[in-house]
Design a binder for this molecule. Structure first.
Ligand code: AMP
Ligand code: ZN
Ligand code: FE
Ligand code: FE
Length: 273
């Protein structure tokens, strides 16, 4: 059975609209599907309505960026996307992202690279502005040759982070926001953080104390060893696992395809809610 509980649409930095993505999920024979855009619930009503019409089992989701020892992402599932606190928090995240756009332009200007913010905003349309939109600008304007170069040289350096920091919720606040909206909160992709094993161990302990519901053990960029290590945590702390690709579309993340296949023996541990 194919599952995908971590995907992005044009409501944030994904390539496809919610409807297009649902069509792709059905085409790929995915059976349980979630849209988890960065810091926004914008695409969920459309995605759910369309998925239900087609008979696809759909879980409304979100991926909230939070700040701990580094930026860590908290996935939310089965959220009530009309919940007032969640809606107003998402509004303020969108504003902070929009303000960060100008900070990014100013930072790049200090490196003698001139970015037309209106063009970058046109890539994002009504969706949340994200670093991949800036990466696209840098590629299309000949500043870099690849996304990797855009992030390695400019968009993911320590200097960049210092200059363009935006206010983010703590993991505690992100988890409470999700659970307050009736959802389940899950630590996204533990394998991609730069923290040490000791720091990750400490983070997970703290998240368990706060009441996190699960860990995204199955993730497209986790090795088998990483997945097994994180499955150890869900056994130790009696949590659930999530299972997601982080699909953004071929143009945004060419190496990630939609859908994840996991052994049936893990189904009962999956946070299907
Ligand atoms: P933002 O939430 O706007 O800060 O941007 C997050 C997006 O940028 C996510 O889709 C990440 O996968 C992508 N991203 C972050 N760091 C890197 C990196 N070093 N290389 C490629 N993509 C990255
Ligand atoms: Zn993204
Ligand atoms: Fe993420
Ligand atoms: Fe993601």
């Amino acid at each position: 059975m194919l599952i995908d509980l971590h995907t992005h649409t044009t409501a944030s930095d994904g390539q496809y609209s919610p409807k297009e993505l649902i069509d792709k999920a059905i085409g790929a024979k995915i059976q349980i599907f979630s849209v988890t855009d960065h810091d926004t619930i914008q695409g969920l009503a459309e995605a759910r309505k369309y998925a239900e019409l087609q008979g696809l089992s759909f879980v409304p989701g979100i991926e909230i960026s939070s700040q701990d020892v580094e930026e860590i992402h908290i996935l939310g599932y089965s959220i009530d996307y009309n919940n007032q606190e969640l809606v107003s928090a998402c509004d303020s995240f969108s504003k902070a992202r929009s303000n960060r756009g100008q900070l990014i332009v100013d930072y790049m200007k200090s490196l003698n690279i001139y970015i037309d913010l209106n063009v970058v905003k046109s890539y994002a349309g009504d969706g949340n502005l994200g670093r991949p939109h800036f990466a696209r600008y840098l590629i299309e304007h000949g500043v870099v040759r690849s996304r990797k170069e855009a992030f390695d040289r400019y968009l993911d350096t320590e200097d960049f982070k210092r200059a363009t920091d935006r206010k983010k919720p703590s993991p505690d606040e992100a988890i409470k926001l999700i659970q307050g909206a009736g959802g389940k909160a899950v630590l996204a992709h533990p394998g991609i953080y730069k923290m040490s094993e000791v720091q990750l161990d400490d983070l997970i302990k703290r998240l368990v104390d706060i009441g996190i519901d699960g860990i995204e053990c199955f993730y497209s960029r986790h090795s088998k060893e990483q997945t097994n290590k994180y499955l150890g945590y869900i056994r130790k702390y009696d949590l659930k696992t999530s299972c997601g690709s982080d699909f953004h579309g071929e143009k945004v993340k060419p190496d990630i395809s939609l859908g994840m296949d996991i052994d049936y023996s893990y189904y009962s541990s999956v946070i299907l809610i």
